[in-house]
Design a protein around this ligand. Structure first.
Ligand code: ANZ
Ligand code: ZN
Length: 850
């Protein structure tokens, strides 16, 4: 038996697979397809453990699918644009591209060492012009369809990164990359109209039973659909004189029209259009301006959270409540945002905590109009009536429950109040009848701001012409190529690069200026999985035929950090491209697996700053990639976090070596041409034969559930059973069943092949003598009925003491049980008389002797 030399074997098969192009797609339409995809990496350096885990999971799935007869698409690429390349270029005084391509090469080398079965002919790098060209092409198609527009709007400007951030990139009030606090700036920006798809993006979550519930919940919350109503208030001056015409109407969006009687003041967002006209030249102007100026310093996201100290000012104006007829003051408040609902809010401090805090701060009235159930019970017990309940103010510390019984609410008093309540329905119906309100649905989802004032990204293909306006770059002039030699170190930007921005108008031919914004890199990762279907297409981003063949992705594997943005944007692209007639599917990813994190041995997240990163090479160098892959999959189920464990790696290595020896022994004892006749196996062989059916059934099922750790346990049991068989037959090796030995050797190699590929292909070729790769061989077949035991092992006791165990037929009679027990316990009953045998079928025989 040759020793297990991981490094020699791995080098050998890396080369052989590459030479043979073994993992290229078959493009065989007679086979069912399977598209297995891991989220592609950002090439920031070498791969880390998180990557290694992500790709090992995907690779095990892809390899097994191949063995099960699927035509498998398993590609890889790089999400290669982005800020870190620019920062690195500045720091190391190189070009962003140079740094990026170098890192990609390094990552590819590690992927090769890890044995990932990618179809390398389909490699996609998003910073290659023949990829980003099609990103520009798609941009223009979306533009034609009305899904791209420009808007001057207050944007989050990150002073650290010198760029605009999308709302999504401001997390808890800080830049997601550098942690700076973004400022407000007014700029013309490019947007994708993802909100056109808000309802469908929400509804279609139901078509995704293969996604984790929590991811769907996060998406639904992000889309944030709210059902409510718009209510029109009438603007008036201090004397209650209404202001005539359309300007005299201010509309709010509320989910709680039932609380209209509790509206004691009225709020406008600082950016509310027309706010300044209300106060211009009045004594209130200065205070209102101060609130507006203060709000500009804080991001809208943060303001809307309502956790900051609230600021406001009275405008000197009032509005009349369309239901109660009450006149209430209009204030500007910084916790109201302009891009949700109408930017105006009816404040109900008894029911809304933010309004409550504002009322307390500025001494505005809080009138209770809803009683919680216990308050109502107390009231009734005191013999008072809801109808006559009267209170002008409250002594509470916070706003009260959202649901209860309406009081002090005119004809609605006594009705149930709350979201979607009886009271809400009644009031909205009356508003609709009176023409002062209507049902309305709002989404939290905002349009996708894609403009970045950054160099290392996909240029937006547009030209600004003084005569023709903003025009798209004609298709035959795509791609707009990124200049390679910007002096980033000196702070040069695209907007300062003459060579880039000086151009002529494609319509009139006059000198014009090229757009210098690049696209958010999330645009590149929103359709890469489509390019993999047809990576060399020179006429289109991908053909419909190829997309129809491969889409949707059957198994998508990646980190939970992409649960919202990347997945939402990809779903949007798929739907928009479907509507352009480019493919047929509604959803890009059928099954989603979010793998858990790899933490260090102390349970801390691995990070460079903590200095606790375990690089994959630290395992591959001493033990080989197969040990690494086995350890990663064995430590925990894929969706769970795990703590990196040296002992588990050593254990995986011991097992791989042991399985290596057992396979060789079985192969040496085996014979490929011998015929296996189950009926003629002796009892030891029969036992192993049953075990192989049982463990393969378990292992196959576990693969289907992607529970690789328990699949590996099943394979370990099979190895143990084989080892026991070899030991039991050590005395008479010639009695070993050659066909069975060969079969079980093949089983062990095949079932471990998705996990330890180098090990497996070596044994398959050398120990088992096959000419072809194990990945061209089928996944082992099994038959659960063969696993059913027709014998049982029973305990043999003499006078209640366990003396022996014996294997007997499962259907043995009591006499047969007794006979077998007496034989097994012969030496303990020698010279005595068995007076009685107590038989418990399937369990034991107790012999009573004298
Ligand atoms: C009256 C009211 C009473 C409200 C009450 C809530 C509770 P969701 O559910 O998230 O959609 N609102 C509306 N537009 C706003 C804006 N631009 N900025 C800040 N707040 C705004 O939230 C809907 C509620 O958020 C609306 O219902 C409104 O306050 C507030 F007991 O109206 B409500
Ligand atoms: Zn022009």
């Amino acid at each position: 038996i040759p020793p297990y030399d991981a490094h020699a074997i791995e080098a050998k098969w890396q080369k052989a697979w590459e030479d043979e192009n073994l993992f290229a797609v078959d493009e065989d339409p007679s086979k069912p397809k399977k598209y297995v995809l891991e989220m592609f990496p950002y090439p920031s350096g070498d791969l880390h453990m998180g990557h290694a885990r992500n790709y090992t999971i995907g690779d095990a799935m892809a390899r097994q699918a191949r063995m099960r007869g699927f035509d498998v698409l398993h590609p890889i690429g790089f999400d290669a644009f982005g800020l870190p390349a620019e920062n690195a270029a500045i720091k190391h005084n190189t070009q962003a591209g140079e740094w990026t391509y170098k890192n990609m090469d390094q990552a590819l080398a590690t992927m090769k060492r890890m044995g990932f079965s990618y179809d390398m002919d389909r490699l996609v790098k998003t910073c290659d012009p023949d990829y980003y060209k099609w990103g520009q092409w798609i941009f223009e198609k979306l533009w034609e369809r009305g899904l791209v527009y420009r808007k001057k709007s207050p944007v989050n400007w990150c002073p650290g990164c010198n760029t605009v951030l999308a709302n999504e990139q401001v997390t808890e009030g800080h830049c997601w990359r550098c942690g700076s606090v973004p400022e407000k700036r007014e700029l013309e920006q490019w947007y994708f109209k993802i909100t056109d798809y808000a309802q469908e993006l929400l509804d279609d979550l139901e078509k995704l039973p293969g996604w984790p519930e929590r991811v769907k919940q996060m998406q639904a919350n992000w889309i944030g659909r709210s059902e409510g109503a718009e209510v029109d208030f009438t603007l008036c001056d201090a004397d209650g004189q209404p202001i005539q015409g359309d300007e005299g109407k201010i509309t709010v969006f509320t989910t709680r029209a039932d609380t209209l009687f509790g509206c004691t003041f009225f709020l406008l967002a600082p950016e509310y259009k027309g706010l300044m006209e209300l106060v211009e030249g009045t004594e209130y102007e200065a205070d209102v301006r101060a609130v507006v100026a203060g709000a500009e310093k804080v991001s809208a996201v943060e303001r809307a959270q309502g956790t900051l100290e609230k600021h406001g000012a009275f405008t000197g104006r009032y509005v009349v409540n369309p239901v109660s007829g009450q006149k209430v003051p209009v204030w500007v408040a910084d916790y109201i945002v302009s891009d949700y609902g109408t930017g105006a809010v009816m404040a109900v401090p008894c029911g809304d905590q933010r309004d409550f805090e504002f009322a307390r701060k500025y001494d505005l009235p809080i009138v209770p109009i809803i009683l919680m159930d216990d308050e109502r019970e107390a009231l009734e017990e005191a013999g008072e009536s809801i109808d006559t309940y009267h209170a002008e103010t409250v002594d509470w510390d916070s706003a009260h429950a959202a649901e209860g019984t309406l009081v002090q609410s005119g004809k609605y008093t006594g009705m149930r109040g709350g979201k979607h309540s009886e009271g809400e329905a009644a009031i909205v119906a009356d508003l609709e009848a009176a023409g002062t309100g209507r049902r309305s649905v709002q989404f939290r989802l905002r349009d996708w701001l894609i403009s970045r004032q950054r160099y290392w990204g996909n240029p937006i293909p547009a030209v600004h012409c003084e005569h023709c306006g903003i025009v798209p770059v004609p298709e035959d002039q795509l791609p707009v190529t990124l200049p390679a030699n910007l002096d980033l170190g000196a702070g040069e930007t695209l907007a300062e690069c003459r060579e880039f921005y000086e151009t002529t108008c494609p319509v009139c031919g006059r000198p014009a200026r090229r757009e210098t914004d690049t696209m958010d890199t999330f645009t590149c990762s929103s359709w890469y999985y489509l390019r993999y279907c047809d990576p060399h297409n020179e006429k289109l981003p991908f053909s419909k035929e190829a997309a129809d063949r491969w889409m949707p992705v059957d198994n998508y594997i990646g980190g939970i950090e992409h649960a919202i943005l990347h997945l939402l944007y990809s779903r949007f692209f798929t739907k928009a491209l479907r509507d352009l007639g480019m493919l047929d599917v509604d959803e890009p990813f059928t099954n989603l697996l979010c793998q858990g994190m790899v933490k260090d041995a102390n349970g801390e997240t691995m990070s460079k700053s903590k200095g606790n990163v375990v690089p994959p090479s630290s395992v591959i160098d001493p033990f080989g990639a197969d040990t690494m892959r086995l350890a990663i999959l064995f430590i925990a189920p894929p969706e769970k976090d795990f703590d990196w464990d040296e002992e588990a790696v050593a254990g995986a290595n011991r097992f791989i070596k042991r399985a290596w020896r057992i396979v060789w022994q079985l192969a040496n004892a085996g014979d490929a041409s011998a015929r296996l006749i189950p009926g003629s196996l002796d009892s030891a062989a029969k036992k192993l034969y049953r075990e192989r059916h049982r463990t393969l059934a378990k292992c196959t099922e576990d693969f289907d559930r992607q529970q690789f750790n328990t699949a590996i346990s099943a394979i370990m049991e099979l190895v143990n059973a084989a080892s026991a068989y070899l030991n039991a037959t050590d005395a008479a090796p010639e009695a070993r069943d050659a066909a069975l030995c060969w079969l079980v050797a093949s089983d062990i190699v095949s079932s471990l092949a998705p996990i330890c590929p180098f090990w497996a292909d070596e044994l398959w070729h050398v120990a088992l003598g096959h000419a072809e790769s194990v990945y061209t061989a089928p996944w082992p077949e099994f038959d659960l009925s063969e696993a059913a035991t027709d014998t049982v092992e029973i305990a043999v006791q003499v006078l209640g003491k366990l003396r022996s165990r014996v294997e007997i037929s499962a259907t043995a009679t009591q006499d047969e049980m007794r006979a077998a027990a007496e034989e097994a316990a012969a030496k303990w009953i020698d010279g005595k008389t068995v007076v009685k045998a107590i038989c418990v079928p399937g369990k034991l025989v107790n012999l009573v002797v004298k």
